[in-house]
Design a protein around this ligand. Structure first.
Ligand code: ZN
Length: 675
């Protein structure tokens, strides 16, 4: 039988296999699709889209996925991901293997396939890797070619709205990368179906808490089709979704929670009667950070848009830890640096901040995004990205099997491994680096371009109708200089904005060698840009001492947080195919405190092949401390930092070296203050 020209051989065979399995009556001809070559080749430079009325205007917009290519250390980091679990997980982990329900099999059919793709798709195109693209297309082709008759898509073994919310994020990125004509019709049919179905089959549990992530995709499609039904769906999602803004307006969760406390809280009021535990769940809260800004695009309310700031303030005040995150192991866990933060919570917070940064234009969200991306994200993975933790601790003195101090998590939670505690992070962490790379530059509402976070890359986009390329050369955050070279196709006038991190008191900017006046938040340079124009940015990174839980001291310099590395003894607990589950035991003393005004000497070293590896730390801080003998550990975790620390009288003042947080897999980040 000849293969119809509109179908790839593989998709045709898949279709026939399905027809065989389900009976000829259920086999429907597939809609025309791009040839595989066309679908995976990538697209030319595209102009970004901004919301039009009746949607609210926004200061910045993410560029279409694929507009920004990593270079320098960031490209090396993406290759490390691809050479590790990121590029090989499907080869030995059955959850996303050949039997995945998201590629037509009978295996796992819920969130893991979409989670994996949410990072695999942007990674594959970042690296322009035919192998990784083919891995992604196994799922994408199946999903696009097997919609249900009623408009649903995905595995038929469940009709849960939640995993589809993740797959929609995948499809929007994939469409931006390829222009595949199958994507928007499938999304349209699905959203129309959902508009009909939600009144009788409403959002529940995870989908109810994470409605804002679907709203991003609904608005994405509305901007491309103008389909008014999508705005109706936006309002319905808001109506059925959990009221995050309301919860944080009267934030009751100010303590470390445990299962008993959760039950008690839920008994008190209507708002918390349902979804027991979900409202203080770390990943839900990470995703909720985008809820108010994204909803503001539909509501038109500036108060909605700004609500994220109060939300972050509540999290910082009651659950903030030094790596830029909040504790949640599995549930909000207070400010002690021995509490954990889940890797899913890290990457979902990053994605929320990337979206919120565009919608609010608040430069402080960029500061926070960088702090998480350059510290909390790489800390939770081994330097080769073959193993990860479920929970990371700012003060992490041992990775071993203990039930304490987690609120509700299990004893494997801070081991490095394939799927410690629960498998969600194994599938979900992949989105961290590729989406961060995609958010480094954004379009501005006044038709310009903005550097939102800093890392080496090349952006290729269209500004005021002119193709523009900007090359960014930098070892930031390990160094403080960023060099930009503009390469517009021809001279073109537009505003170029540069985010000014709040920690840099005296940033210096020159354009073609001439100084430019800086302003807090963003510095705007408006001129006619010609090919070869250069911008040099030099940040002023001083060592900063911050106070946290029990007055503990933490050290940062620029976007990097510093930690005392503890000698690590890695012990294989069990073999997991090509990787291992590891326990890590301390081999050196860690109970040290510092005076708040202690002198600190900074030294810079080459940025290693593995940029965040502790063995080749690119920056070191030398500092003298004093031992605090009474500060010990129990159940594999450092006891809470003592508020009143007694330094040892007879052990002198040891000189120690602090390294970037992510490189120290055993570490102290929050130290007792001696005075
Ligand atoms: Zn997870």
């Amino acid at each position: 039988m000849p293969t119809p020209p509109s179908m790839s051989r593989r998709s045709f065979l898949q279709g026939m296999a399905l027809a065989g399995a389900m009976g000829a009556m259920t086999f429907r001809p597939l809609r025309a699709v791009a040839s595989p070559g066309e679908a995976v080749a990538g697209r030319a430079q595209q102009a970004p889209l901004f919301p039009q009325a009746p949607l609210m205007q926004q200061p910045f917009a993410l560029l279409p996925t694929g507009s920004i290519k990593a270079s320098g250390w960031l490209l090396r980091q993406l290759h490390i991901q691809a050479d590790g679990l990121g590029g090989h997980l499907d080869e030995f982990w059955p959850i996303v293997g050949p039997d995945s329900g998201w590629s037509g099999g009978k295996g796992e059919s819920w969130e893991d396939g979409p989670y994996f793709l949410d990072g695999l798709v942007p990674l594959a195109w970042q690296l322009d890797s035919p192998t990784l693209k083919a891995k992604a297309m196994r799922f994408i082709d199946w999903t696009l070619e097997h919609p249900w008759e009623n408009g649903m898509f995905g595995p038929r073994s469940n009709d849960d709205w939640w995993p589809r919310m993740v797959m929609l994020k995948v499809l929007t990125q994939y469409h931006e990368l390829t222009g595949d004509p199958r994507v928007m019709p499938l999304m349209t049919r699905y959203f129309h179906h959902q508009l009909q179905a939600l009144p009788t089959r409403p959002l529940r549990d995870w989908g109810r808490m994470r409605w804002q992530d679907e709203l991003v995709s609904v608005l994405w499609l509305y901007q491309r089709t103008g389909d008014a039904k999508l705005l109706d769906l936006a309002h319905l999602l808001k109506q059925q979704g959990y009221d995050w803004q309301g919860m944080f307006a009267h934030f009751p969760f100010t303590q470390k929670t445990d299962a008993d406390a959760l039950r008690k809280q839920a008994g008190g009021s209507d708002a918390f009667m349902q979804d027991l535990g979900l409202q203080v769940h770390g990943v839900n809260i990470a995703q909720s950070l985008k809820a108010s800004p994204v909803w503001s695009v539909a509501s038109g309310s500036a108060a909605d848009r700004e609500a994220i700031h109060h939300q972050l303030q509540m999290l910082d005040t009651y659950h903030g830890v030094p790596n830029g995150m909040f504790s949640a192991d599995e549930h909000l866990a207070g400010r002690s640096p021995s509490q954990g933060t889940e890797l899913c919570t890290v990457v979902e917070t990053m994605f929320s901040l990337e979206v919120a940064l565009a919608l609010t234009g608040d430069a402080a969200l960029g500061d926070r995004l960088e702090r998480i991306a350059f510290n909390a994200l790489p800390a939770a993975l081994t330097d080769d990205m073959w193993a990860h933790q479920y929970n990371q601790q700012a003060n992490q003195v041992e990775c071993s099997q203990h039930r304490q101090p987690w609120t509700t998590d299990g004893p494997e939670s801070n081991l490095f491994g394939l799927e410690p505690n629960f498998r969600c992070c194994t599938a979900n962490f992949h989105q961290g680096w590729p989406k961060f790379a995609n958010s480094l530059w954004m379009a501005t509402a006044d038709h310009g371009l903005a550097a939102m976070s800093y890392a080496p890359c090349t952006v290729a986009t269209v500004v005021r109708g002119t193709p523009v390329v900007v090359e960014q050369v930098s070892d930031y955050p390990f160094r403080q200089t960023v060099s930009l070279t503009l390469k517009p196709e021809h001279a073109v006038a537009f505003p170029l904005r540069l985010r000014m991190p709040a920690w840099s008191r005296d940033t210096r900017i020159t354009v073609n060698g001439k100084p430019v006046k800086t302003t807090p938040g963003f510095t705007t340079v408006e001129r006619t840009w010609a090919p070869g124009d250069t911008i040099e940015v030099v940040f002023d990174a001083e060592v900063k001492v911050e106070r946290g839980y029990n007055g503990a001291l933490s050290f940062s310099r620029g976007a990097l947080v510093y930690a005392l590395p503890i000698e690590e003894n890695w012990v294989v607990w069990r073999k997991r195919g090509p990787t291992n589950d590891w326990q890590v035991y301390p081999g050196s003393r860690w109970n040290i405190g510092f005076k708040p005004d202690v002198p600190i000497a900074v030294s810079e070293h080459p940025v290693g092949e593995r940029p965040f590896a502790g063995a080749t730390a690119a920056v070191k801080l030398a500092v003298q401390g004093q031992y605090v003998p009474a500060w010990t550990s129990s159940e594999g975790s450092a006891d809470p930092v003592p508020a009143k620390a007694e330094p040892s009288a007879d052990e002198g003042s040891p000189s120690v070296t602090l390294v970037p947080y992510a490189g120290a897999k055993l570490r102290i980040t929050a130290f007792p203050s001696l005075g």
